[in-house]
Design a binder for this molecule. Structure first.
Ligand code: F6P
Length: 353
């Protein structure tokens, strides 16, 4: 059996752990030949591939990023960007020329959409859910999320030091795109006083009120705001747009905006820190290394059993899979009845509403 592997979308801690697990499991248990496609689906068009074996994946478990490189703008069905040409036949032809029996695509909702379309065209696909945002449908966790939350937690611990010492309001802005998972879990782990999520539009007055209450008592406040958070009746803060990207909007800047809105209304000094790509870089946590390894092993099993058109999932403690059609292009926001959200409210954390 000859299996290809590619990593699509943004880099993420744990990608290399999946590549390693898929490669080793296929070689050891299936005697398969494994080929890495470089820079996501782009490698199928530019014909950039490399052989993967035990030596090629040695020592990469703990490495952040992806040894194969990635691309978040290459969709062969819209090359490049919406309205772009459909060059998927060219990619299919190259996969066939390589004699590929299956292709494992590791990525987020965009990558799963492309994988689903290739699967429908006849390229046998297996998906592995990757994103620090944890916003993929039908999986409790995507690998990378735990590592991002660990960074946010440490950042909040450090920002609290300055907040407490100076009596300041310290704002940390997290990633997460249109979902608040990173801000919610990171904010709770880092004991934020106020957590703002895209799913719960905030009222500035509610934030001011909580900061003033705290000014009156112990004098400092830590705010954890998701990049997608927005005021009631307002819109998200866009940092930039990437014209030829399938998902052109890049969020960012709501933390700085809040700083400028809050400062005139409070006595304390207000400061904002944009955590940015620091959340996506570096070595995966032990949880993510294990999850990525379990995902990779299961993806290899699906390929060997020829159960194609599926994405591996985590439900509770179980690794399973769902059809790519059920996850393609769909995301999972924090639901209104989320239990951690209820705990936040119960503990008196302000959600800005
Ligand atoms: O989807 C992962 C993510 O890091 C989001 O949290 C963030 O909005 C986006 O990617 C940033 O993308 P880029 O690396 O293109 O700026």
């Amino acid at each position: 059996m000859h299996v290809g592997i590619l990593t699509g979308g943004g880099d993420c801690p744990g990608l290399n752990a999946v590549i390693r697990a898929v490669t080793l499991a296929l070689i050891n248990e299936g005697g398969a030949r494994v080929t890495g496609i470089e820079r996501g689906f782009l490698g199928l068009l530019t014909r950039q591939v490399r052989a993967l074996d035990a030596d090629a994946v040695a020592g990469i478990l703990a490495q952040g990023g992806t040894i194969l490189g990635t691309h978040n703008r290459c969709d062969p069905f819209h090359y490049f960007g919406a309205g772009g040409a459909d060059v998927s036949d060219q990619a299919m032809a190259y996969a066939r020329e390589l004699g590929m029996d299956a292709l494992v695509a590791i990525g987020g909702d965009g990558t799963m959409s492309i994988a689903e379309r290739f699967h429908m065209k006849g390229l046998p696909m297996v998906g592995v859910p990757k994103t620090i945002d944890n916003d993929l449908l039908h999986t409790d966790r995507s690998f990378g999320f735990d590592s991002a939350v660990a960074v946010v937690t440490e950042a909040l611990d450090r920002l609290e030091t300055t907040a407490r010492s100076h009596g300041r309001v310290m704002i940390a802005e997290t990633m997460g795109r249109y979902a608040g998972w990173i801000a919610l879990e990171g904010g709770m782990a880092g004991a934020a006083d106020i957590i703002l999520l895209p799913e719960l539009p905030y009222r500035l007055e509610a934030i001011v009120e909580r900061c003033r209450e705290r000014e009156a008592r112990d004098g400092y406040t830590v705010i954890c705001v998701a990049e997608g958070a927005r005021p009631e009746g307002g819109s998200m803060t866009v940092a930039t747009t990437i014209a030829d990207s399938p998902d052109p909007i890049r969020l960012g800047g709501v933390g700085a905006l809040l700083q400028h809105q809050l400062q005139p209304l409070l006595q304390s000094e207000v400061r904002a820190t944009l955590l940015g790509h620091v959340q996506r870089g570096g070595s995966p946590t032990p949880f993510d290394r294990v999850l990525a390894t379990r995902f990779g092993y299961h993806a290899a099993q699906l390929a060997r059993r020829r159960e194609f058109g599926r994405m591996v999932t985590l439900t509770g403690a179980d690794i399973s899979s769902v059809s790519l059609a059920e996850v393609a292009g769909r995301t999972r926001p924090v639901p209104a009845d989320d239990m951690l959200l209820a705990a936040a409210r119960g503990l008196g954390v302000s959600l800005g509403s």
